[in-house]
Design a protein around this ligand. Structure first.
Ligand code: GLN
Length: 499
């Protein structure tokens, strides 16, 4: 069917998805901007009182929440493919997200707050992967126009992120935390209204349930269902053993986060091994799977640093920076909004650089870009190592340190994140593409979890340790980046001609 197109040649449906995702990210990043700060704020002081949790609790809770958001994209994608179709999944997901934020907006105690967080995570799992897959559906021919469509969509993500962090951050920190959470709900509401109003006209043929294909796959499914059940059984036994031998304690936030880490690492390892053994892969598909496993580790390490924007760097912004401009104190959460602002500013430039280089046949290969991304990230944290020296001697650091650190994290992101996602779709054997894109999100889940768990150490009484904590991020990302660059030849060979 011929759908209306804009003069630039993109279907108008893209802008409906852009608008919806923009408001969803407004609510996600807006709420996330104040989440850690709210959890560690004293119970009845500034900003109407926080939860009064320690960093040991708040860090892992942030990690558990943000990891769940990305992990739940797996069942969210499955539900859309098999039961709802993408469009309904987006609609229901959006409603669930809004309800979750409404719950957060009521100061009704910690348990209710955690339930609200869980509901937001479930809704996001349903909305996020499916809205991106409809973007893909708009461009069945693939190619450069599809890439351009995704870049426009990524802009929507970050426009929403920037506006959310500014608005929710301001309201939450300066007026009242729960007013901030309420604004996140209002943002999602606007997204839903826009989606409903425009869906009929612009999204009619997209995001529907494809029942015929499901019938065909049923037989294959029952075999993998058995494997999945076996995997769940092994995982539960493993967690029970860890709990009863006191290796982890799932009655604490930290223990739960560790359990989540075990689950994520096991699922991913199992998945890769399963596909390698039972996926009937050709030789080249097999070596491409090795590359995807390496990229998985790299992206998890990358997000583990990057996503500290909402955890350690957010805590640092609040406690340890001087944020006065002409006598007015900027909300701490505004600083992480710089990540989205930088993406908007630099994504077109970095995209143009790759295009320029590829015209001259010197576009760096994917492992080199991964290596660059990790090394640039490590430079950002090196700045934090220096900034934290002020804190050790009892002073505050200028907020400019964070402004520049965030610039490095985003330049790294632009080398690694869009490149990685597109290579995942190209390297995956055609029949496993959507599952492997799911695994790519699992990499984000693992990174977010680590970014949260790492914040447990950012204790007020423990500032002497701060430089060495940031140095740890520098060393890990630098070494992994260098390894990617040193090993780029064999990795490139394993990619089997994928450019
Ligand atoms: N910032 C991007 C988004 O919100 C990517 C995040 C991620 O994959 N960790 O969609």
């Amino acid at each position: 069917m011929n759908q209306p197109s804009t003069p630039q040649g993109h279907p108008e449906a893209l802008y409906v998805l852009f608008f919806t995702e923009m408001w969803e990210r407004f609510s996600y990043y807006g709420m996330r901007a104040i989440l850690t700060l709210y959890m560690i704020a004293p119970v009845s002081e500034k900003y109407g009182g926080g939860m009064g949790l320690s960093e040991k609790e708040a860090g892992p809770i942030y990690g558990l929440y943000t990891a769940s958001v990305y992990l739940l994209t797996l069942p969210g994608g499955w539900l859309a493919d098999n039961i709802f179709g993408q469009k309904k999944a987006i609609w229901f997901g959006g409603i669930i997200i809004m309800l979750g934020h409404i719950i957060l907006a009521f100061p009704a105690g910690n348990m209710v707050f955690f339930i609200g967080l869980a509901i937001v995570a479930i809704g996001t799992g349903l909305l996020k992967p499916n809205i991106s897959s409809i973007v893909g559906e708009l461009y069945p021919e693939g190619g450069a126009r599809r890439d351009a469509g995704f870049s426009i969509f990524y802009m929507g993500i970050n426009v929403g992120g920037a506006l959310g962090m500014l608005t929710v951050g301001y309201l939450g920190e300066k007026i009242e935390w729960h007013v901030g959470f309420g604004a996140a709900a209002a943002g999602m509401f606007l997204g839903l209204v826009g989606f409903k109003l425009m869906e009929e006209k612009y999204l009619k043929p997209y995001g529907l349930l494809k029942t015929k294909e499901i019938e065909k796959d049923k037989v294959a499914d029952s075999k993998s269902n058995n494997m999945a059940l076996m995997m769940i059984g092994i995982l539960i036994s493993l967690l029970l053993v860890l709990q009863f031998t006191n290796v982890i304690d799932v009655t604490t936030a930290q223990g739960l986060a560790q359990a989540m880490g075990v689950i994520i690492v096991s699922i991913t390892t199992f998945y890769f091994v399963y596909i390698l053994i039972a996926g009937k892969l050709s030789a080249v598909e097999r070596t491409r799977m090795y590359v995807m496993a390496i990229f998985f580790v790299a992206i998890a390490i990358f997000w583990a640093g990057y996503e500290q924007g909402g955890s350690t760097l957010n805590i640092f912004a609040e406690r340890n920076t001087n944020r006065f401009i002409f006598g007015w104190e900027m909300p701490a959460s505004w600083l992480q909004g710089m990540q989205s602002v930088y993406v908007i500013l630099f994504a077109p430039i970095v995209g143009a650089i790759w295009l320029y280089l590829s015209k001259r046949n010197s576009n760096p290969s994917a492992p080199i870009k991964f290596g660059m991304g990790l090394i640039i990230l490590s430079f950002g944290f090196l700045l934090m190592y220096f900034a934290s020296q002020y804190i050790v001697i009892g002073e505050k650091a200028s907020f400019m340190w964070l402004i520049i650190t965030y610039l490095f994290t985003v330049l790294g992101e632009l080398c690694i994140s869009p490149v990685g996602l597109s290579f995942y779709t190209k390297l995956a054997p055609a029949r496993f593409v959507s599952q492997l894109v799911g695994i790519w999100f699992v990499g984000a889940a693992l990174g977010n979890l680590i970014a949260g768990m790492f914040a447990s150490n950012f204790d007020k009484d423990n500032v002497a340790q701060m430089p060495s904590l940031f140095m740890l991020v520098v060393v890990v990302s630098l070494i992994s980046g260098l390894l990617m660059i040193l090993l780029y030849k064999p990795i490139k060979k394993w990619m089997g001609g994928v450019e």
